[in-house]
Write a protein that binds this ligand. Sequence first.
Ligand SMILES: [Zn+2]
Length: 305
Amino acid sequence: MVRAVGFFALTVAMYALFFWLYNVVLGLEQPMSYFLRRRNSSWATRVELMSRRMDTYQEILDQLEQRDNEVYRSVFGMNEIPSEVRDAGIGGVNRYEAFADLSDSSLLKTTAIRLDRLTKKAYIQSKSFDEVFALAVSAGDMAASVPSIPPMYPDAYIMLTSTFGYREDPVWGGAARHTGIDLATDKGNPVYATGDGVVENVSSDSRGYGIMVVVDHGFGYKTRYAHLNAVVVTEGQEVKRGDHIAYSGQTGKCTGAHLHYEVLYRNNYVNPLNYMDLDIHLADYRNMVQLVPRQKGTSARRRRR
Ligand SMILES: [Zn+2]
């Protein structure tokens, strides 16, 4: 019995000695705590690596977004995706409950939040590319739709008398923005659609545009033909580039017979001269347009040149 107690005491003493030697003399850690600390630091390294990789993805995604907004979407006349939508946070306060006991700045929590945001951004980006792709498939339609020819047979009797931009108002005086171009012509000259589209509006206003037609070409483009004598298309009618849509005239606010022609891109007035070549060969124009005779009852008035 005494031997047994003595053996036990010796064992305890040996343990104590081992402990003292290991911790105090050698300054070493317990193997288990050492193992846990090692594992923890390896996790931290991995999370940090992940976070750095996310920096790269974030950068790539930002560049994609920029190209998407500035190049792909704008080429097809689509609106940019607002940054509020792209950067929208992900709802749910307790989404990161698992990390509740970690401080806010904890690497793991920040990383999880970033990963969620990146996932959402990538999703929005891929939806956007789907849309752009769908439009790109119809890029041929786009080429046919964007206004690109003069609205009247551009012979010597058609004169550009007023350009786009600020000028003196011909009727009221004072500086006024001219939202299109004026092509002087006489009454009854055929007017042609400058791109494929749908007739959006046919209306008459004795003070402003007079009798006018608006064609919606899609892809963000519209054209307006004003001060007409008569319109030969109806709202909702599909037209092709070069289809006869109206006859020139002198209705509304104007001082002489002319065609006022506007091009709108995403509801902003743009310079129509950037969307046509007034010096186009007449033979080329005849190939693109179904020429029709002038309006019955009107007579050509020969002009200068
Ligand atoms: Zn005008």
